[in-house]
Design a protein around this ligand. Structure first.
Ligand SMILES: NC(=O)c1ccc[n+]([C@@H]2O[C@H](COP(=O)([O-])OP(=O)(O)OC[C@H]3O[C@@H](n4cnc5c(N)ncnc54)[C@H](OP(=O)(O)O)[C@@H]3O)[C@@H](O)[C@H]2O)c1
Length: 198
């Protein structure tokens, strides 16, 4: 397997264009697009500065749209697949997590894109992942200490999330269309986790 690394800010259309040109140059084709990048301030709404809000929208909405626009033609050539990484903030209010609103917008975009691009052989779905102990989780924990009470069994490894993404990039993605699969080890099945499950 061969990989290349191309630094780019997906919130900047020109950088996204250059990123896709370099990928095309290196590999000659595009089969999959995984929309994984995210960056957001973890702050209460009243403290969000204009630059925070712009970053929120530019990276987590516009950036994904710019990538989809660039990927459309090359994916349509062979019938490819797109998977977006969402989070539980799309459906539950979390303290200081404005990113959840962008995730919700993107889950809706996934439905629209599945309809709009499905006729060109492109499947579009999302994975709404539970908690993974990455760099962003370290920051989230600081603003939401309740997360320390979440039993360890609800945390996912990056590989477990990747497995679900891989599933949707395969033939299953041609059957499941415009959907967001929740992959959270059941963490969101209950309202409260203060008492152990029966
Ligand atoms: N961790 C969790 O518990 C969790 C749960 C559910 C869903 N998710 C979602 O899963 C995805 C990955 O999460 P993560 O925890 O691995 O996040 P992370 O540790 O914060 O990493 C985010 C990645 O996105 C890149 N990025 C940020 N802004 C970008 C931009 N404007 N252009 C290009 N790249 C940019 C960062 O690149 P640089 O480091 O180079 O800046 C970094 O590689 C995200 O969409 C996140 O919302 C995470």
């Amino acid at each position: 397997m061969r990989a290349i690394s191309v630094p780019a800010d997906i919130g900047k259309k020109k950088e996204v264009e250059a990123l896709f040109s370099k990928a095309e140059e290196a590999f000659g084709r595009l089969d999959f697009l995984v929309l994984n990048a995210a960056r957001a301030p973890f702050k209460p709404w009243e403290k969000l500065l204009e630059r925070d809000l712009r970053q929120l929208v530019e990276t987590n909405y516009l950036g994904n749209v710019f990538c989809m626009q660039q990927a459309l033609a090359p994916l349509a050539r062979h019938g490819g697949a797109v998977v977006f990484l969402s989070s539980l903030g799309s459906r539950f209010a979390n303290p200081d997590y404005p990113l959840g609103t962008m995730k919700a917008a993107m889950e809706t975009a996934v439905k629209y894109w599945a309809e709009d691009f499905g006729g060109r052989g492109i499947s579009v779905n999302a994975v709404c992942a539970g908690l993974v102990k990455t760099d962003s989780f370290k920051t989230l924990r600081l603003v939401n200490p309740d997360l320390d009470n979440l039993p360890e069994r609800f945390f996912l490894s990056p590989e477990e999330v990747a497995d679900v993404v891989h599933y949707l990039l395969g033939p299953a993605g041609q059957v499941i269309r415009g959907q967001t699969i929740v992959a959270d080890k059941g963490a969101s099945n209950r309202l409260h986790w203060s008492t152990p499950p029966g």
